[in-house]
Design a protein around this ligand. Structure first.
Ligand SMILES: *Cc1c(COP(=O)(O)O)cnc(C)c1O
Length: 339
């Protein structure tokens, strides 16, 4: 009775292959919850894609992708820090490329791990991590194997900025440039000017939304009368209706809220709908029952959720499979199925 992620295998893989064909030098990103699919499964997909290198977020994920059968190079995207023992242990691993984003760190790695393979990250308009290449000298690199410069742009990366930063890096030391978040067209232009690679996660694994969907299973249905107490917190039913108990709860990362950029109009619509429910003391659940999203009867439990559906007729039956909207970067399904 699981929360299930179903992959339309042909559509999913054909999207990956067409993106790979459009983006020569594509480096798949496998990190976190594996974009909902899991790191192990994505490691197998990346192997089948035939690419030479992949990227993970943090040092601990290297073992996870290798457990999934990956044998090629692995770039660790989060920059190395001297206090990160797991990342330090990988500096001597010939299959791992570390990212360095501070001059002090570059000098420390060059001194203590001279055989390390490194990418140096340039500070962009994101201002997350990165340095100004013009502050580095040839000595800072020591004997390190320099694999290139990284340019991690904001989500709608600008070609002009990518070009300017890459040119600065390459003028300090010629090398490949690993970008993130350029459009396919901008990357094509960029790759004419630089020895380019592009790290892609979301667009590769989640780019074709019709290629996967998440479903929950109805585990129980109970009629309730108006005012009847229900749930852990003995709240009163707002009117006559049914409680529908569905698989999917906090353990699956279902109904996890995160701030979204206020620029998104769609999100403002969602916020307004949420405001109405909040005023009633309820929240909209991600479960669609009887054709629309229903309110949670109470906060989700570990593996299931209680949803309230008004009306005298039972809206679902035990065993029914219902759509659930999931945030793919937080969901952990019980099962992933290829169909
Ligand atoms: C996570 C990450 C990516 C991939 O991001 P998506 O938006 O999932 O494609 C690329 N580059 C860097 C540096 C990252 O940390």
């Amino acid at each position: 009775m699981p929360l299930t992620l179903t992959i339309n295998t042909d559509a999913w893989r054909s999207h990956q292959r067409s993106l790979l064909a459009d983006v020569p030098g594509l480096v798949p990103v496998l990190k976190g919850n594996g974009y909902g699919f899991g790191l192990d499964l994505l490691a197998r997909e990346a192997t089948a894609l035939g690419v030479g290198s992949i990227s993970v977020g943090i040092a601990q994920e290297v073992a996870a992708v290798r457990a999934g059968g990956w044998t090629g190079d692995v770039v660790v995207l989060n920059p190395w820090r001297p206090f990160d023992d797991a990342a330090t242990a990988l500096l001597d691993d010939p299959g791992v490329i570390a990212t360095i984003s501070r001059a002090d760190d570059l000098r420390a790695v060059a001194a203590e791990h001279p055989t390390a393979r490194v990418i140096v990250e340039i500070e962009t308009a994101m201002h997350r991590h990165g340095l100004d290449p013009r502050n580095l000298t040839a000595e800072d690199f020591g004997e390190l194997t320099f694999e290139g410069w990284a340019v991690h742009l904001p989500s709608s990366g600008l070609l002009v900025e990518a070009r300017r930063l890459a040119a600065t890096g390459v003028s300090v030391r010629p090398a490949p440039v690993w970008v993130s978040h350029l459009s396919v067209a901008d990357y094509a232009q960029f790759a004419r000017e630089f020895d380019a690679r592009m790290r892609v996660g979301t667009r590769l694994w989640l780019g074709d939304k019709a290629a996967y969907h998440t479903t929950a299973t109805v585990l129980d249905v109970h009629p309730v009368k108006r005012g009847q107490e229900l749930g852990y917190h003995s709240v009163k039913a707002p009117k006559e209706g049914h409680l529908v108990i569905v698989s999917g709860g906090t353990a699956h990362g279902v109904a996890m809220a995160a701030p979204t950029p206020q620029r998104s109009l769609r999100q403002r619509g969602v916020t307004a709908a949420q405001g109405v429910l909040d005023a009633l003391g309820r929240s909209l659940s991600p479960f669609t029952i009887g054709g629309r999203k229903r309110a949670f009867a109470e906060p989700p439990h570990m593996h299931s959720s209680m949803v309230f559906v008004p009306g005298a007729t039972p809206p679902a039956q035990v065993g029914d499979v219902v759509p659930v909207t999931t945030r793919m970067t937080t969901v952990t399904p019980d099962e992933v199925r290829f169909s």
